[in-house]
Design a protein around this ligand. Structure first.
Ligand code: FES
Ligand SMILES: [Fe+2]
Length: 339
């Protein structure tokens, strides 16, 4: 194996000793009970009723249909303003996403009813927000499934850098948001499951209750950028990776999971890359050229991580027998050992 050279800003010395629960080989450190405990804590956080739909760039004056929590929605823009409402026309149920927008109002394709911000019978637009990177909608009441999670005026988010190049990737998978979050609460899988991207990855401690990871992103087989990063959940459907040391300190990767229907979720990941390098302002001006490369690597990782999340969902819901419950293990093979 070729020797790996790392470049980038220097990192602080490694802690002399890991906490006891983070010692041992990776498969011991990646303790399923710990991951489950952290997942439960994340799921108990408030969301304010907000869900990510997609990137700000992806919603235009052309109406677009979304599913969230089993509800069919339509999103469009009136000028710069984001609007989100039930997709079914209040007259006879036509899909408004198939209609045009006229003067900021959506026009039903069946009989021409024009709908804007005002209520029409049971049809009522939702609170919506474009935070400059992502579009959000707020659902309230039984749709959120959590009456103890009161609506908030804005989504509950993690800090973002002041200046950044952003790239957003969206894909769908057969799982629930908790499976997406659980994938990221397990950083240990990175170096084994994505060897094309992560050349070295070690959990090196816990900082303020967050796992601290030292990771080398491979640029080639021999060259990589080494950074320190933390993971935390600002709400029950988001996990944020923050670079806290090395190149690009302050950059974040927000992974949002939006439930679409039972057993189906959207994974929407926003990378906000920043740098203190003098050339970064120039890079921002060339963001349009850089963005497709970031998106390509996001997608490559998430195609694999979606398979991880889907596998976890299938195990959790009994679609695949879990370890120790296999009915037809080949002769002489016992169940896998848990820990
Ligand atoms: S179904 Fe929309 S106006 Fe009739
Ligand atoms: Fe992964």
């Amino acid at each position: 194996m070729p020797k790996l050279k790392t470049v980038g800003n220097p990192l602080s010395p490694l802690p002399s000793e890991l906490p006891p629960e983070l010692r041992g080989p990776d498969w011991v450190q990646a303790n399923p009970h710990r991951i489950e405990r952290e997942l439960r804590a994340a799921l108990a956080l408030p969301s304010g009723g907000w869900y990510v739909l997609d990137s700000s760039r992806s919603i235009s004056g052309q109406p677009r249909r979304f599913w969230v929590e089993g509800r069919e929605l339509v999103a469009w823009r009136a000028g710069p303003e984001l609007r989100v409402a039930p997709d079914a026309c209040p007259h006879m149920g036509a899909s408004l996403a198939e209609g045009p927008v006229r003067d900021g109002r959506i026009v039903c394709p069946w009989h021409g009813l024009e709908l804007g911000t005002e209520k029409h019978g049971a049809w009522c637009p939702f609170e919506a927000l474009d935070d400059g990177v992502l579009c959000w909608v707020r659902l309230e009441g039984p749709a959120t499934g959590n009456p103890g999670d009161p609506p908030t005026p804005r989504p509950i988010t993690s800090p973002r850098p002041d200046t950044f190049i952003d790239s957003v990737m969206r894909l769908e998978a057969d799982c629930e948001p908790r499976d997406v979050i659980a994938n990221r609460l397990d950083p240990w899988h990175g170096v084994y499951y994505h060897p094309h991207t992560f050349k070295r990855l070690k959990v090196i401690g816990v900082e303020g209750g967050r796992l601290l990871v030292r990771v080398v992103y491979g640029m080639t087989d021999r060259l990589g950028i080494e950074v320190d990063a933390t993971f935390h959940c600002p709400d029950p459907r988001t996990i944020t990776m923050t670079i806290v040391g090395g190149e690009g300190t302050g950059s974040v990767v927000e992974t949002h999971a939006t439930p679409l229907r039972a057993g189906r979720s959207a994974i929407i990941e926003a990378t906000l890359a920043t740098s203190d390098r003098p050339g970064f302002q120039k890079a921002i001006r060339a963001a349009g050229l850089i963005r497709p490369f970031i998106r390509k690597s996001q997608r490559k990782l998430w195609v694999e991580d979606a398979a991880y999340a889907e596998r976890r969902y299938a195990l959790r819901t009994g679609q695949v027998p879990a370890a120790g419950r296999a009915l037809s293990a080949p002769a002489g093979e016992g169940p896998a050992q848990g820990h």
